[in-house]
Design a protein around this ligand. Structure first.
Ligand SMILES: [Fe+2]
Ligand SMILES: [Fe+2]
Length: 284
């Protein structure tokens, strides 16, 4: 199975750049599954009906989340919509709307959510870190153990690829999760920092790992936000609302994974990055 995973899609520039990138990369790489982190898809923070629809219409099959998942007017309604392939981190308070992991079945080009692990072709788990985060989430290490123990009690790899969107800030916490899950999941893919890291690798027991995939968003920005206003916050230390940087060029960061049909481990891992200079807002 080939899986194309885009990091945090940031605001309109991210959405447009993603819409531009997917047809090209689909043709080039022929992925079976396309996943994108959507926590910043609506104005740089949160989700909305229109922006979730935009991602799905662009060809994204599964949308993961992070600390901004609950921002946006209808975020809770969207997260509670069982028909949407939308996740939020599993180690947030369990009473919150939405789900932290989901099974998917794949038939041809179609991918559907399934509640039956026996029918699953893929499991996607979304986790959030505890280091340098505003809230004290449950331990992602213990929560992921608990999830995996339900489907692979012997601590072996489950009978389908397991992809973890690991939404965290500190690279130390990130690589710790890589080692924690090595051999038990297909991939631990970092999101949240919006900055791609060059440390992609397949760990000794077969788990693909990268500290951060990087965002899909405006290249001339401070992690997606407009430069001068964001910089002013650092200079003055006065809180200020900062907009999405709109101007091109835009950067597109993703990873491409290929899993073995028998072992369900990753046999190929490739980091993808493209910077496009066109203004894409009039693209079809
Ligand atoms: Fe983000
Ligand atoms: Fe985040």
């Amino acid at each position: 199975m080939k899986i194309l995973f885009f990091g945090d899609v940031f605001g309109k520039p991210g959405r447009e750049a993603l819409r531009h990138a997917i047809p090209q990369w689909k043709k080039e790489f022929e992925p079976n599954v396309i996943i994108a982190n959507g926590e910043n898809v609506s104005h740089g923070a949160g989700i909305s009906d229109a922006t979730i629809k935009h991602l799905l219409a662009s060809g994204v099959h599964i949308i993961t989340g992070g600390n901004h998942s609950f921002e946006g007017k209808n975020a809770s309604i969207l997260l509670n919509d069982a028909s949407l392939p939308l996740l939020r981190p599993a180690n947030m308070p369990s009473a919150l709307p939405g789900r932290g992991y989901a099974f998917f079945g794949i038939k041809g080009n179609e991918l559907r959510i399934t509640n039956k692990p026996d029918d699953a072709d893929l499991l996607v788990i979304n986790l959030i870190g505890q280091v340098h985060m505003r809230y004290q989430y449950d331990s992602p290490f213990r929560v992921v153990d608990e999830i995996l123990s339900r489907f692979s009690p012997s601590a072996t790899h489950p009978p389908f690829p397991v992809i973890v969107d690991w939404h965290a800030e500190a690279t130390s916490e990130k690589i710790a999760m890589g080692w924690h899950l090595d051999g038990r999941v297909a991939a631990v893919l970092g999101t949240h920092s919006h900055t791609p890291t060059a440390d992609e690798r397949i760990l000794p027991k077969g788990t693909a790992y990268i500290s951060d995939i990087g965002m899909v968003g405006p290249h001339y920005s401070i992690i997606g936000q407009e430069i001068s206003a964001n910089l002013e916050r650092f200079l003055t230390q006065i809180p200020k609302k900062v907009d999405v940087a709109q101007a091109p060029p835009y950067e597109i960061n993703a990873v491409l994974l290929e899993t073995d049909p028998r072992s369900h481990k990753v046999v190929q891992l490739r980091r993808l990055r493209n910077i496009i200079s066109d203004n894409l807002s009039h693209d079809n």
